[in-house]
Design a protein around this ligand. Structure first.
Ligand code: FAD
Length: 584
């Protein structure tokens, strides 16, 4: 079957040029062409002499996309520099400093990640990048599933109203990286102590007890740095992981996927379309997504036993795309890659003063868009904890909860991703028979639809098992139980999550609490709401349920730490100590 393109403007084919592979899978075959691939130099420079002479600098092998909002701390006579994504405005204001080093000096070329989920958009909003992402991105909430030649059903990922951000946007990874770098630069201009060093490659790293020693190579020569903390966001192949002799556990999937970003003028609706066993790719799967700038992502499963070098050649890619799009459809190849993938993670994400985040810590299949989306949640989880430790407000052991919570999150992602992969690629004839029967049933029977798995799309993790949670003292909605990410709701002219911000907050609804609540040197913000503020009833539905009133203690990463039906000073003081790692 071909897809009918209602309108199409002719676009000349361009000749592909060789390019470097940058993907989360192993380096396979990639080339790029077209006018939209970004390779804009954004970061540059070798360290200045002052840094090298005086400074006990610390640095991480950091990814711009993950560690775009870094910070660092002054330690004794020296500046030592940790680095992480998220909350640099907090750290800047607190006088913390950081450096990002990246052996590359440009944002990605080729789009790689395209689907950014609601939760990461909410995190990015706290960093000042949410709106540019949505303004540029293609917003979508709807998906369609096809089997053979027919559509079997569609689904809505965000059926309820009252959220600032949509379920998903599609946006090329290079835009995302550019916005993060721009924001870091803007903060730097405003005086936030952030430094981005491109073309700086970590070539050696060792733990020294109270700091980490690194050697960084640059085109001008190597230099040494010391770091209080290192956040290693250096990707799937993570040299940091290798330098520390650490490894992954998990599965490698024996499959190959052709990813093609094509420029074409098509007016499909902005939805995710997924095919099982379509006529244009028999026995395999296919995926279509719209991106900005008239770019479309096509993902074709190829199977295991292929010649990657052959498959990546335009003379083989183009017929495959024509079989899908139709012979007459004009398109221009923007970026093509063939990849395989793993679902695996490091056993632990914290190794003393080195903390792993993003693809260096865990990898999943792209089905479900859980790679960059979970990396952002890693750093959101980590940065407030590291800040408390660096401020002297929390014991270092609080960082173990980063390990506990994000390993739990990674396992959830890996489980979902592996299940999707197993459904998309049945491992036996019997599994395929069962899979196809489910797909047939799903066309007419709603009960079968939850069994169809074309990639369970990224949703935030609820840290049910976290030691940072306090006992639930409110018979409230399950979705806001301790450990849950706070759901958004309309509030005044804006939204609840914007009001919560990025510090500890006591949220009271229809009840009182002291205006100022301070425990162990930490001041907790108070956000007092009443039913009168809740015109849409979304806060009642999401935070009260059947209860008339409630008090929530919310973490800086906007997860619920504790909740009670009223302000019980002892309960909340204890809850705060627990969430900063001071009580068991
Ligand atoms: C085809 C494809 C589609 C995808 N689609 C999605 C999607 O829709 N949604 C989603 O959420 N995710 C998606 N992903 C996954 C997503 O791209 C990755 O999860 C994300 O890029 C990981 O970010 P990272 O910062 O951890 O690592 P990377 O992006 O790999 O960055 C690592 C950085 O570290 C640098 N580095 C490496 N070694 C050193 C060193 N020694 N010194 C200094 N710097 C070093 C590298 O140059 C690089 O800049 C997709 C991936 C692929 C391949």
């Amino acid at each position: 079957m071909s897809i009918a393109y209602p309108s199409m403007s002719p676009a000349p084919m361009t000749k592909p040029a060789a390019s470097t592979h940058r993907a989360s899978g192993p380096p396979n075959a990639t080339w790029k062409c077209g006018k939209l691939c970004k390779a804009k130099p954004l970061i540059g420079g070798k360290p200045n002499d002052q840094d090298i002479r005086d400074a006990a600098l610390s640095i991480c092998a950091a990814r711009r996309s993950i560690c775009a909002n870094p910070c660092a701390a002054q330690s004794g006579d020296h500046w030592r520099w940790p680095c992480w994504a998220g909350g640099s405005h907090r750290f800047g204001a607190a006088g913390h400093r950081s450096i990002i080093v990246d052996d590359n000096d440009k944002v990605s070329f080729g789009s790689r990640a395209i689907c950014f989920a609601k939760r990461p958009l909410e995190i990015l909003d706290r960093l000042g990048c949410g709106d540019p992402m949505v303004d540029k991105g293609v917003v979508w909430n709807l998906g369609k599933v096809f089997f053979d030649e027919r559509q079997v059903y569609d689904f809505n990922l965000l059926p309820e109203k009252g959220h600032k951000y949509p379920a998903f946007i599609n946006l090329q990874q290079y835009y995302f990286e550019e916005y993060l770098v721009d924001r870091a630069r803007e903060l730097e201009k405003q005086g936030a102590p952030i430094e981005i060093r491109g073309g700086n490659k970590v070539i050696d790293l060792s733990e020294k007890g109270d700091h980490v020693a690194l050697t960084i190579d640059t085109p001008e020569g190597a230099y040494n740095l010391e770091a209080d903390w290192v956040i290693a966001c250096d990707g799937a192949a993570s040299p940091t992981r290798q330098m520390m002799g650490l490894d992954f556990v998990g599965r490698v999937f024996e499959d190959n996927f052709l990813i093609a970003d094509v420029i074409m003028d098509a007016d499909f609706p902005t939805e995710r379309w997924f095919w099982f066993d379509p006529p244009f790719n028999r026995g395999q799967s296919a995926l279509l997504h719209k991106q900005p700038d008239g770019v479309w992502r096509i993902d074709l499963q190829l199977g295991w036993d292929i010649d990657k070098e052959e498959e990546k050649k335009p003379e083989n890619v183009i017929p495959r795309l024509k079989a899908m799009l139709g012979e007459d459809v004009q398109f221009e190849l923007e970026w093509v890659s063939i990849y395989t993938f793993q679902c695996r993670r490091m056993e632990k994400f914290r190794h003393g003063r080195v903390l792993f985040a993003g693809d260096s810590a865990h990898q999943v299949s792209p089905f479900g868009a859980r790679g960059a989306n979970s990396g952002l949640q890693d750093t959101d989880n980590l940065c407030w904890k590291l800040k408390l430790v660096m401020d002297g407000h929390a014991p270092e052991s609080l960082l173990d909860s980063y390990d506990d919570e994000r390993v739990y999150g990674a396992d959830e992602n890996i489980l979902n991703s592996s299940r999707s992969t197993d459904f998309i690629t049945p491992k036996s004839d019997m599994s395929r028979l069962l899979r196809d029967a489910v797909l047939d049933l799903s066309e007419h029977y709603e009960f079968a639809r939850p069994l169809v798995n074309s990639g369970r799309l990224s949703v935030p993790c609820t840290y049910d098992q976290s030691k940072l949670n306090s006992a639930d003292m409110l018979d409230g909605p399950a979705r806001t139980r301790p450990g849950s990410p706070c759901p958004d709701a309309p509030l005044g002219d804006g939204y609840l999550l914007n009001q919560l911000g990025d510090q500890f907050t006591l949220l009271t609804i229809n009840t009182e609490a002291p205006a100022q609540f301070e425990i162990d040197g930490i001041t907790i913000k108070h956000l007092a709401l009443s039913s009168a503020d809740d015109k849409s009833s979304a806060i009642k539905e999401r935070y009260l349920g059947d209860q008339a009133q409630a008090v929530y203690l919310i973490r800086p990463d906007q997860h619920v730490a504790a909740r009670h039906h009223n302000f019980d000073q002892e309960y909340f003081a204890d809850a705060l100590r627990r969430v900063i790692g001071k009580t068991a």
